[in-house]
Design a protein around this ligand. Structure first.
Ligand SMILES: [Mg+2]
Length: 312
């Protein structure tokens, strides 16, 4: 049973109430607690040694990544984070200096995004380090972006460059909070998700939630230098394009925008975020399924991304 099959079994067991606007299955839960004009966003995420970082990773970067992942999900709803709780499961014989350095990494990122760390839990996890971060945020009701909502004809955009993130960037990425809010405030964004499991996988999630399909343009996919290097190293079959489609941990934004907004968005983005690439990678189609157009023609996209508990 893989991650998504397990989640599908668990969701029916989760109680709800009328204040739940969006329950399990999106980047964040969305709750109406009666705040005027705003919803509450609620998210938890965890990193585990040997899964999300190597044992030798610098502690500051582990702390950074644990919080950055949760903030990236707040960004995916076009929200603003407010505060966080941190749970740390320490292996036996932990080094206090290591844990303090880990919190220094958490703290630096939290300060940059005005996030208060308001408590948490320390516990023992005998085998390996585990770090879990829960974040509360808010979003204006009218601007809350979900995975559902993409419409046929929408242009698909992605920020940054994709692939090869495990070669370094995954420990250092800055969540695209400002970019997400900026685009949601100014343009007709219909759906958004952050890329954690690879473009091929996360785009499928967005399309499935929206009940639509898409056609991607292979040469428009922004391929990172790290993806090119890893493709070279891994030989034939492992092309840079395939790495950009399938590698996880990009933590970039993927969103669907009304077609008439595509050109004005591209122009305004360059002025607003000159250092962050924005690429129009394809369009949403009424017909379900995911197609990829390359120099060889149009084909069904077979690439997938990262899935936890995947059976070999
Ligand atoms: Mg996400």
């Amino acid at each position: 049973m893989n991650e998504f099959e397990l989640i599908a079994r668990l969701i029916p067991l989760m109680p709800s109430h009328p204040g739940v606007i969006v329950g399990p299955g999106d980047d964040c839960a969305v709750i109406d607690l009666g705040l005027p004009d705003r919803y509450l966003l609620f998210k938890t995420d965890a990193v585990v040694a040997g899964v999300h970082f190597d044992a030798g990773a610098p502690p500051e970067k582990i702390g950074h990544k644990a919080l950055a992942r949760a903030l990236s999900d707040i960004a995916a709803m076009a929200g603003t984070p407010d505060c966080a709780l941190v749970t740390i499961g320490l292996a036996r014989g932990f080094d206090a200096g290591f844990v303090v350095a880990l919190y220094a990494g958490l703290r630096a990122l939290a300060l940059r995004h005005h996030v208060a760390i308001v408590g948490g839990e320390t516990t023992t996890n005998p085998e390996r380090l585990l770090l879990s971060v829960s974040v509360l945020g808010t979003v204006p009701k009218a601007r809350c972006l979900r995975r559902a909502g993409a419409r046929a004809g929408d242009a698909l955009f992605v920020t940054g460059e994709l692939g090869g993130a495990l070669r370094g960037r995954h420990l250092e990425f800055e969540p695209r909070l400002a970019e997400a809010r900026w685009v949601a405030e100014r343009f007709s964004v219909h759906a958004m998700i952050d890329l954690s499991d690879g473009l091929a996988e996360d785009l499928r999630h967005l399309l499935q939630a929206s009940g639509v399909g898409a056609e991607l343009l292979g040469r428009a996919i922004p391929i990172s230098q790290a993806a090119r290097q890893s493709a070279r190293r891994n030989g034939p079959g492992r092309t840079p394009l395939r790495a950009a489609l399938s590698d996880g941990e990009d933590f970039e934004l993927l969103f669907a925008v009304a077609a008439p907004d595509a050109v004005p968005l591209t122009d305004a983005w360059k002025r607003q975020f000159p250092c962050v690439k924005l690429s129009c990678i394809g369009r949403v189609t009424a017909e379900p399924g995911l197609k990829l157009r390359t120099s060889a023609g149009l084909r069904e996209m077979t690439e997938h991304g990262y899935v936890h508990f995947q059976e070999p």
